[in-house]
Ligand binder design. Structure first.
Ligand code: P6P
Length: 341
């Protein structure tokens, strides 16, 4: 009975859609003329289209390998290619974006159509993160990062992309999980929206998300233990020791989808680590469209993100696909890990 009432309650209370929220928050930026609002709207539209494909993946024959490799040398999944096309198409037709950096494209994508002639934003995106999980029905995600271009007189160039993560104007992710959510920040806190398929809208469900300072979950691929530096091994041992006062041993939760692991840790507290190793001296995850956007979001929610030495957001960008080790999550857990490196 209670569930029925809550379910009914959801449909009775006034929902606040992503579009309404974006416009409402636009007032926080006195000089905003709506361009960033429209760009975020375009991302939301592509997210709904990709969500439909993800939810039907095995029915519409869109899983499996596309028979191509991406710039990372990783086999592209059909859904990787489809998601990439949808986000690029939405950003191109929206007219607010002048350049796209995508995990799936070796080179940056210029948008110099008439509709985008005054576009001032650059979007870096991982259109479908964790896509190896698609075939086995495990959560996947999209990660995006938005910069304002530095060049104005000349055509947008890579100079506009080589900006530290602190210069992001927005960042967010979509998590295609038991429900589909869009979580984003524009530098004034983090807000989460759950897709209501019955009305086709992302509705505000997690206002002002804050990450607990402590957690009892650690996320790392322990299969690589032999390749980790000593300090990382020490921290994993620390997580596994019994100590009631600090709620150890912690739970090990690692899905192979960065978005899923960080989203869970954002809500419950925890730490996600993808460290450097012998065969990945800069780690595996990419700075521009994985580490920086997630670091922006987590810092806005009260967590921290480091490469083991410096703040992720302070790392100088000099290659659109450069990688970075990452220690990200609850402030006390990340600081404990860093103290052991
Ligand atoms: P590994 C997915 O390929 C991804 O980029 C992240 O989403 C995920 O956290 C990580 O790589 C998994 O990598 O080496 O542990 O399989």
């Amino acid at each position: 009975m209670l569930f029925a009432l809550n379910y009914e309650h959801h449909y009775m209370k006034a929902v606040k859609t992503l579009g309404q929220f974006i416009i409402e928050k636009q007032a926080d930026f006195p000089y905003a003329k709506g361009e960033l609002s429209r760009l975020l709207r375009d991302v939301g539209i592509a997210a709904k289209i990709v969500n439909r494909a993800v939810n039907q993946a095995c029915l519409i024959d869109i899983v499996g390998d596309a028979g191509t490799m991406n710039v990372q040398g990783e086999t592209q999944k059909l859904l990787d290619v489809y998601a990439n096309e949808q986000f690029i198409s939405a950003l191109k037709s929206g007219g607010e974006c002048c350049m796209i950096i995508s995990e799936e494209n070796e080179e940056h994508i210029h948008i110099d159509s008439a509709i985008a002639k005054d576009a001032k934003y650059i979007v870096a995106i991982d259109p479908l993160d964790g896509s190896t999980n698609i075939d086995v029905n495990v959560t996947v995600g999209t990660i995006f990062s938005v910069y304002r271009r530095k060049t104005i007189e000349t055509k947008a160039s890579l100079e506009d992309v080589f900006q530290q993560g602190t210069h992001q104007v927005a960042a967010g992710y979509i998590i295609y999980g038991s429900s589909t959510m869009l979580v984003y920040t524009t530098g004034k806190g983090v807000n989460g929206f759950t897709l209501d398929p019955s009305i086709g809208e992302f509705c505000l469900s997690h206002p002002n998300m804050m990450m607990p300072e402590d957690g009892a979950v650690y996320s790392i691929n322990e299969g690589n233990l032999g390749c980790f530096q000593q300090g990382v091994k020490l921290f994993i041992t620390y997580c596994q020791e019994t100590d009631q006062a600090s709620h150890r041993p912690f739970a090990s939760r690692y899905t192979g989808s960065m978005v899923a692991d960080i989203h869970r840790n954002l809500i419950k507290g925890g730490i996600f680590i993808y460290p450097s190793s012998a065969d990945n001296p800069n780690g595996k995850l990419r700075l521009l469209y994985e580490c920086n956007p997630m670091a922006f979001i987590i810092e806005q929610a009260g967590g921290i993100a480091s490469n083991g030495h410096i703040r992720i957001l302070d790392i100088q960008v000099n290659d659109i696909h450069q990688r970075s080790p990452i220690f990200i999550g609850s402030v006390n857990m990340v600081n404990k890990a860093l103290s052991m490196l």
